[in-house]
Design a protein around this ligand. Structure first.
Ligand SMILES: Cc1cc2nc3c(=O)[nH]c(=O)nc-3n(C[C@H](O)[C@H](O)[C@H](O)COP(=O)(O)OP(=O)(O)OC[C@H]3O[C@@H](n4cnc5c(N)ncnc54)[C@H](O)[C@@H]3O)c2cc1C
Length: 598
């Protein structure tokens, strides 16, 4: 490793998924000529491209066929018929899905902008699946009252990402592919740039910018079973936290009900949206016990807990009894091949099960991070619970918390969030630049500091490998801070995470080289994971209620009097974060908190 030339851009965006690319494209479209996007993997390998099922927007193109009931087949709505969906309905579903922890001003923007952003995608040439008369096809998703997940078979994220990436290139955005961001430079509450490693040749650069944005995605890799790609290690969240920026609502981690047994790889919610059943080891469709009305199409937090209850009651399937069956056989070969070709292939490749012939073994899998870097509705990062800003620092997408998902995200709302709030951040960055900001000086040598950090991994010669610490962390997080949580286990998790942080300080890597050293990158990512996991656990210990994805067996009820607040966590060094609380934005006239039943 060596230190390279300092670099400079007007705007640097970290992350080339939907959020980062929308922001970059929009800023460039608004006239900024020096916008750079850094991505630690090839931009088109960003996790947005792995999304399968759909992107929500109340276009109202299809409706259930009359008299076959809400779970029957769908038909296109004839031109001129009454609207079957609206942003208001989408808004209510999202608020209820969030267990009333979502900020309602942000949710209103999300669901209203949804319609425009979908047509933007269409205008840019995105290849959606279609209704017979050529409108964008829609399917059902959990917790949504209407079929409003707009899709391209089961490769929706792939087509959205390719579409927006193309447009960003067209607008002259400069992509740094396979550059790894190590540090964020914030002094006196002003963001001045960052430090990044050129993975290919091992040079570390200080990069100054007038505006920096993080769109670094989620952190499912903190858990043993996860649907997330290897890259989803929450780097941005950890880097911001280390730089003194707070994190919000980190205790809310979504477990998706249908990860492939033992692998965690996602079998899209579209499987249930298209009519798939969940069965226990006895072949029983058990959801009638937990959500008699919505059945398999209840929201994810509820379905995952129901599966876990079946498993805990000894009705789980698979060799260790930890599995559940996803049964698609009744959908028929033609529908599966047309609508779910990718998930079918995944089941065949990884389990040797063809869903056309047999039920597929699945289990709950860590999937989505509702919490993250707190922002306002324009992607501007908040410095504290009072709403002060970190000047020149923006965030959007899964690494951010604006917060539209509150305590539980509805499926298909996340591609939407990344697009809508990525675009808004792009506009906000352009406006910020118009105000005539100057490039700010940077004190000390941040690249040198990162060099020391890396050298420690390369020079440590103790017995501890970074990958062993990570394995233990993932075990702890899954067993003690997973779907169901309780005080004793959480306290153990808290101590264990602090121990992993200590162990990480003496950990080493095997590969000492400087070119494309993935062993080293894995170690840095592991360090990030042990860093922010303390926030997930601390938030979960403190929050003595059950809300959305945070389910405490010792406090099974939601407690609005005490806990209708966002958790804001600041790093304080040794013993875990300092927590404070921020009110939720609620329109008590229109959308007052209610009991959440499905
Ligand atoms: C398997 C799967 C299926 C999904 N299906 C759906 C769906 O059907 N509908 C839906 O709404 N949502 C879905 N989601 C969720 C949704 O895809 C994500 O929440 C969303 O795409 C996140 O977008 P993003 O732009 O925030 O981040 P990502 O697309 O994850 O991009 C993160 C970017 O940050 C970069 N990065 C991270 N750390 C660094 C670093 N240190 N240095 C440099 N670059 C860095 C990465 O290289 C990458 O470019 C799914 C998620 C998964 C895992």
């Amino acid at each position: 490793m060596r230190i390279g030339q300092p670099l400079e851009h007007e705007v640097i965006i970290v992350g080339a998924g939907l959020a980062g690319t929308w922001a970059a494209m929009t800023a460039a479209q608004e006239g900024l000529t020096d916008v750079a996007v850094l991505s630690k993997i090839h931009p088109l390998r960003s996790h947005s491209g792995a999304a399968q099922g759909g992107i929500a927007a109340a276009l109202g193109n299809v409706r259930p066929v009359a008299d076959t009931g809400p779970r029957g087949p769908l038909e296109q709505v004839p031109e001129g018929d009454e609207p079957v969906d609206s942003w208001e309905l989408h808004m209510f579903d999202t608020i209820k899905g969030s267990d009333w922890l979502g900020d309602q001003d942000a949710i209103e923007i999300l669901v209203k902008d949804a319609i425009d952003i979908l047509y933007k995608y269409e205008n840019m040439g995105c290849v959606f699946s279609r209704t017979p008369d050529g409108r964008i096809a829609q399917r059902r998703f959990g917790g949504h009252q209407a079929p409003r997940a707009n899709y391209a078979a089961d490769r929706t994220g792939h087509v959205l990402l390719h579409t927006i990436h193309e447009q960003a290139l067209r607008h002259g955005v400069n992509f740094y592919s396979e550059w790894y961001v190590l540090d964020l430079i914030v002094e006196d509450n002003v963001c001045r740039g960052l430090v990044a490693l050129d993975i290919l040749n091992g040079t570390i650069h200080t990069m100054r910018a007038k505006a920096v944005m993080f769109a670094t995605g989620g952190y499912g890799r903190a858990f043993k079973i996860t649907s997330n790609a290897f890259a989803n290690t929450g780097d941005g969240v950890a880097i911001a936290y280390r730089a003194g920026v707070p994190l919000m609502d980190m205790e809310f981690v979504q477990f998706h009900p249908t990860g492939l047994y033992k692998h965690g790889i996602l079998m899209s919610e579209a499987c249930r949206g298209e009519g798939g059943y969940l069965l226990n080891a006895d072949g029983e469709r058990f959801m009638h016990r937990y959500a008699p009305d919505k059945m398999e199409l209840a929201p994810r937090d509820l379905v995952s807990r129901s599966e876990q209850r079946e498993i805990d009651a000894g009705r789980g399937a698979g060799e260790d009894g930890q599995g559940i069956y996803l049964d698609l056989r009744h959908l028929g070969k033609e529908k599966i091949l047309k609508k779910l070709p990718e998930v079918r292939q995944i089941a065949i490749s990884f389990l040797g099960t063809d869903p056309i012939e047999e039920p597929v073994l699945i289990q709950p899998t860590a999937h989505y991070s509702m919490g993250g870097i707190p922002t306002d509705i324009d992607g501007r990062v908040l410095a504290n619970a009072d709403g002060d800003l970190v000047e020149g620092f923006f965030a959007a997408g899964e690494c951010a918390c604006v917060s539209v998902h509150g305590a539980n995200r509805l499926g298909s709302n996340s591609l939407l969030e990344a697009s809508v709030f990525g675009r808004r951040a792009g506009y906000a960055i352009a406006k910020f630049m118009e105000s005539g900001v100057e490039q700010q000086p940077v004190s000390g040598d941040p690249a040198e500091e990162q060099m020391d950090r890396i050298d420690a991994f390369l020079k440590n010669d103790g017995p501890e490998l970074a990958e062993d610490v990570l394995r233990d962390l993932r075990q702890t997080m899954t067993e003690k801070c997973g779907i169901f949580r309780e005080s004793d286990k959480l306290q153990e998790a808290r101590h264990e995470v602090l121990k992993y942080q200590e162990r990480m300080q003496n950990a080493r890597v095997m590969d000492k080289g400087s070119c494309f050293n993935t062993d080293l990158l894995n170690a840095i990512e592991a360090e990030h994971l042990v860093t922010f996991s303390e926030v997930i656990v601390a938030g979960a210990v403190a929050r003595q209620e059950s809300r959305g994805a945070h389910s405490r067996t010792d406090f099974p009820d939601r407690d609005d009097d005490k806990w209708l607040f966002h958790t804001v966590a600041h790093r304080n060094g040794q013993s875990g974060p300092t927590l404070s609380y921020k009110p939720v934005t609620i329109d008590y006239e229109k959308y007052p908190p209610q009991a959440r039943k499905y």
